[in-house]
Design a binder for this molecule. Structure first.
Ligand SMILES: Cc1ncc(COP(=O)(O)O)c(C=O)c1O
Length: 392
């Protein structure tokens, strides 16, 4: 049996990723030929397919797409047509969702610290449930969104999540109950609990701790005279990057088992807010090589390729450790490369040790799994602009 080395494994994984997309959309190869680069190509059917898959294995859950992952209007509209709700964090995102004419009950806002003018706009638009994790937020809600329903954000471990979201938001059990109690005393309605296991979560234990801690708060709230009715499971559903991630089905089964164990006899509403899990693996950032060099560092000859995209115009998440699979149609022996971005900044390094054939200026590189948290993070640094989005 032939043993594959790291270069073949890495390139083979990226190739498989690309070929899956081509098998769903065979005309992709023609579309690519006519593109100016960089362009984010999105398979809209893939996003819908992920939504339908999640809803069918988890029928009791209400899905609210986290708009921050990719706020493109066509994505929002496609999801509206198949019954999705939306999680929004700003007036900008809310405005986009309102334009779709969706029912207000399908919009939630789970960021625990919100600008006052956003709360005001959301409340006046008919959104009546908000997340909290501080007394000040309760005071703000009392002022501009009286009698709203509130759900408290818990702090849970984010170990094994490639993009952790802990350390900024969330409280422990005692404080959660006390915040709900304070909210009640201020005329707001204690409604539920939320947590976030960290984005791109590949550790089921984070959901276990989240649900178990939520149950503790739930019970303590009853003891304090408050009947909660909603559990929000946040985001975290992963997609494949340079490795195979947890399956959506396994996650759903695991969560369902935990809900049966801890929340068996409680009639309740369950929400989930996937962003990356719906849009992440539906996008390819198609880019071109704009430069090439070999740097002689110690005794190591290092091949560098410079692309027309980068950290500041689409690939910001590499700064936090996200690694994108990269593929090209050109053939040849695989060499380890450092892939650098288009800007003049030395921070603008997209990845190291990427195995690719020997490419030249003008060759195309496909950056896979780029559907979420790419164009929304992109800026105009150095004047290189935000990649356009094309749908297939
Ligand atoms: C409150 C909230 N909900 C949902 C999400 C979406 O998370 P993910 O993309 O991991 O599904 C985020 C991501 O930052 C978030 O902050």
């Amino acid at each position: 049996m032939k043993v594959l080395d790291i270069s073949e494994l890495q390139f083979g994984f990226a190739k498989g990723y690309f070929e899956q997309l081509v098998s769903r959309k065979p005309f992709l190869l023609d579309v690519i030929k006519s593109l100016k680069t960089p362009t984010l190509v999105i398979d809209l059917d893939r996003i819908k397919q992920r939504f339908i898959e999640l809803q069918s294995i988890f029928p009791e859950v209400r899905i609210y797409y986290a708009v921050k992952a990719n706020d493109n209007q066509e994505i929002l509209a496609a999801l509206a047509n198949i019954g999705s709700g939306y999680e929004v964090a700003s007036s900008w995102e809310l405005e986009k969702v309102l334009r779709l004419g969706v029912d207000r009950s399908k919009i939630i806002s789970s960021n625990p610290i919100k600008p006052l003018d956003f709360i005001d706009y959301a409340y006046k638009s008919g959104i009546k449930a908000f997340s909290i994790d501080s007394y000040k937020e309760v005071d703000k809600l009392k002022k501009v969104a009286p009698r709203s329903r509130v759900y408290v954000r818990l702090i849970v471990p984010n170990e094994g999540s490639d993009w952790p979201l802990t350390n900024k938001f969330g409280v422990g059990v005692e404080e959660a109950v006390s915040l709900l109690d304070y909210a009640k005393s201020q005329g707001l309605i204690p409604y539920g609990i939320t947590f976030h296991v960290g984005s791109q979560c590949n550790n089921l234990r984070n959901w276990f701790i989240g649900i178990k801690t939520a149950w503790e708060v739930w019970e303590r709230a009853i003891y304090s005279g408050m009947k909660l009715t909603m559990l929000n499971l946040g985001g975290g559903i992963p997609v494949d990057y340079t490795y195979k991630s947890l399956d959506i089905e396994d996650i759903a089964e695991y969560i369902q088992a935990l809900l049966r164990k801890y929340f068996l006899i409680k009639p309740m509403e369950i929400q989930i807010e996937p962003g990356r899990g719906l849009a992440g693996d539906a996008g390819i950032l198609v880019s071109s090589v704009i430069g090439k060099t070999t740097k002689h560092i110690a005794d190591d000859d290092s091949h560098w390729l410079y692309l027309d995209t980068g950290v500041f115009n689409g690939l910001a998440e590499v700064l936090g450790g996200i690694k994108y699979p990269m593929y090209t149609l050109k053939e040849g022996d695989l060499l380890p490369h450092t892939i650098a971005g288009v800007s003049c900044d030395s921070m603008d390094i997209i990845a190291k040790n990427v195995y690719l054939p020997d490419l030249d200026v003008g060759d195309i590189v496909f950056i896979m799994a780029a559907g979420a948290y790419t164009t929304v993070y992109a800026a105009n640094f150095n004047g290189f602009g935000i990649p356009d989005i094309v749908f297939i």
